[in-house]
Design a protein around this ligand. Structure first.
Ligand SMILES: [Zn+2]
Length: 302
């Protein structure tokens, strides 16, 4: 069960240090607008990949139920505190390279500021394509290596890597920027059709963020987001993609959360509910369930 290394936010105060106190209000509000423009207004079941502490989750409330997935259990605990334990939310600690869901389960999936940490981005995207149903919508945010700052730095000789080539750049350990053309190709290879592209954070410049009121930056960013259809030169890009064809008819009950899951090790389903864990009748592995969080990262020991 070897998968690429995972960027783990376990024990991190990311929500507080980066979002709440990190001067990211502009980016946060620009993302809210993009999500409103791209996401279906309502639906049954949505998968939030890399949900973290649930910053974006309240933006998905048109959906009957939201599955929050993150590799870090402590991030999910923070999300639980923020959102509460309700049947509307299902908390799942799992590896994005081995999703514990049956094929064709979700009507929609979002992955915001998460692909950024994927050493094997096509592998993670393939997992998403499998768990979406026919017509399923995927909202993907990626960090764009072809951004104006990187282009200028490269042309001035202040940066070694080229923003113009298609391979991802790992500018810090497990932090990747991607070329828009590479993302489009990966999605196409997985039978996604891209319906819309928005560019975000046109004004992610420290000086502007200090001097210009946030509301004004957000207003102009919201207008400029549409230029994403023409070119993508911002550090953050949102894509709305749709899976058109599917050859599986998913077997699950809407209210039966157990029917959502498969064993991430051997792929068998359904799992057997043993209260403190879910057991795979095929390979015998046991997956922990504790304080409302399903944990599929490593099986529990006997
Ligand atoms: Zn199994």
């Amino acid at each position: 069960m070897t998968t690429p290394p995972v960027c783990n936010y376990e024990g991190s105060d990311y929500q507080t240090s980066f979002w709440d106190k990190g001067g990211r209000e502009y980016e946060d509000r620009a993302e809210a607008i993009a999500l409103q423009r791209l996401l279906p207004k309502s639906g049954r079941l949505l998968l939030e990949l890399g949900a973290g502490a649930g910053r974006n989750t309240p933006r998905y409330l048109g959906f009957d139920r939201i599955v929050l997935l993150d590799y870090s259990r402590t991030q999910l605990e923070q999300a639980q505190q923020r959102l509460g334990k309700s049947p509307k939310y299902v908390y799942v600690a799992a590896d994005a390279y081995r999703l514990p869901f049956v094929d064709g389960l979700f009507e929609a999936a979002t992955m915001i500021r998460t692909l950024h940490h994927m050493a094997d981005a096509p592998g993670a995207l393939e997992q998403v394509s499998k768990v979406l149903q026919a017509g399923g919508v995927f909202i993907l945010e990626f960090a764009n290596k072809l951004n104006l700052k990187a282009i200028f730095r490269y042309l001035l000789g202040r940066q070694k890597w080229s923003p113009f080539t298609r391979e991802p750049v790992e500018f810090a350990r497990l932090n990747f920027d991607f070329h828009p053309e590479a993302i489009r190709q990966w999605l196409k290879d997985l039978d996604f059709t891209i319906e819309r592209t928005l560019t975000l954070s046109h004004f992610r410049v420290g000086f502007l963020k200090r001097v210009v009121p946030t509301g004004i930056l957000v207003f102009f960013d919201s207008i400029f987001q549409w230029t994403g259809a023409l070119w993508q030169l911002t550090p953050s890009v949102f894509v709305k993609a749709r899976i058109v064809e599917r050859d599986v008819i998913p077997q699950y009950g809407q209210d039966d959360i157990l029917s959502y899951f498969k064993c991430p090790a051997c792929g068998d389903s359904p799992l057997i509910d043993k209260r403190d864990f879910l057991e795979c009748s095929s390979c015998g592995r046991m997956w922990g369930v504790q304080d409302g969080i399903y944990d599929f990262r490593e099986p529990i020991k006997n």
